[in-house]
Design a protein around this ligand. Structure first.
Ligand SMILES: Cc1cc2nc3c(=O)[nH]c(=O)nc-3n(C[C@H](O)[C@H](O)[C@H](O)COP(=O)(O)O)c2cc1C
Length: 339
């Protein structure tokens, strides 16, 4: 199986040599209508979540392939190395490594590497410029624990770096460990979500802020977090991130668990969207809901819209099937009544 990301090469080599795609750029019908996405006029409501698009070269390819809302892979306030190989492996729905998964499912373990601020300041702008009318890029950011500043201050630094580079929309990856309280994951604590969201949203105002979250352990904590996000000033929530699982055999002796994404997490992602859209409606939160997790075929985008997503995105699916977006657009063109 071929992917635009070469899983046998290091992350640095993928940045340098990728994306690996030699197909013809697809032709697209002229737009019949436009949609609003956080104040931007966009051609469709499909995109790529943070991960597969490493630099402007990858954003440019995603735009040409019809992913109108591409996300620039999570950046940090300073350069940061990737985990060593392996970074990607095929698994089944239980985290067991396999050669050919039944439905494409992978584990990915990169440790959120980042390029230097100097590179990013130029490359974010290049990525923006590479997109066509009706497309808009999101830049994902995350904090790094440092001795000289608090975690939230570093989160703000990364978000301001994105803004300085020309980001039009910023996404804060809250599905990372809560290093300050050392308890679980950042997005799971409503008080932390409120405080971090407020601080980051104010620092980048008026740029819209999206929060990236993972699966929740129950409806109550999820609702509390959604309410906290809206109160803190987030404009949208994107979920789900990859689902942490014990991988067997492990990737190496330091990594027994790692995030699983692709086909095997689609049901969990759809449930997140059904629950989340109801919570947004019931509490009149006014949040835009972005769904991802297991979109591998054009009709899966529609499943997410039917479940209540405003926008739907594919990471694993687009890496192995770059024409996924164009097949969705072609279907929509001949069946305009579908979402
Ligand atoms: C190769 C790869 C790298 C990823 N890196 C990030 C990342 O840097 N930040 C982030 O918030 N999510 C990251 N993700 C998670 C995706 O954004 C998405 O939430 C998850 O993969 C589920 O979608 P999928 O089933 O379509 O892959 C990554 C996913 C993949 C496949």
């Amino acid at each position: 199986m071929m992917s635009i990301y070469d899983m046998h090469k290091t992350y640095a080599d993928n940045v340098k040599l990728g994306p690996f795609f030699s197909g013809a750029p697809p032709k697209r019908e002229p737009p019949k209508r436009f949609f609003d996405f956080l104040g931007f006029r966009v051609r469709s409501k499909i995109g790529v979540p943070a991960g597969p698009l490493l630099t402007s070269k990858w954003i440019s390819l995603a735009g040409q392939l019809g992913f109108d809302l591409p996300t620039y892979k999570t950046i940090r306030s300073d350069a940061y190395p990737s985990h060593p190989l392996p970074n990607v492996a095929f698994v089944d729905g239980h985290g067991r490594q396999v050669r050919e998964p039944l439905e494409l499912t992978i584990t990915n373990s990169f440790g959120m590497p980042s390029q230097s601020p100097d590179f990013l300041l130029q490359d974010i702008e290049r990525a923006n410029r590479s997109l066509a009318e009706g497309q808009v890029m999101i830049v994902s950011v995350v904090g790094t624990p440092r001795p000289d500043r608090s975690f939230v201050q570093d989160f703000i630094r990364a978000a301001q770096l994105a803004k300085e580079g020309g980001a039009k929309i910023v996404e804060a990856n809250f599905s990372c460990p809560n290093v300050e309280k050392a308890e679980g994951i950042l997005y799971q604590n409503p008080d932390t979500v409120y405080a971090y969201t407020r601080a980051i949203a104010q620092a980048i105002s008026p740029i819209p802020l999206i929060l990236k979250v993972g699966v929740f352990e129950g409806a109550e904590p999820m609702e509390a977090v959604f309410v906290a996000a809206a109160r803190g000033g987030a404009r949208a929530i994107c979920g789900i991130n990859s689902v942490s699982m014990k991988i067997s055999p492990p990737l190496d002796d330091k990594r027994s668990t790692s995030g699983v994404c692709g086909g095997a997490i689609r049901e969990k992602a759809l449930q997140f969207i059904r629950d989340g859209s109801k919570m947004i409606r019931d509490n009149q939160l006014g949040l835009t809901l972005i769904g991802c997790g297991g979109i591998m075929a054009p009709e899966h985008f529609t499943l997410f819209f039917e479940a209540g997503a405003d926008v739907a995105m594919s990471a694993t699916g687009m890496m192995w099937d770059p024409y996924l977006a164009m097949r969705y657009h072609a279907h929509l063109h001949s069946h305009p009544q579908t979402v």
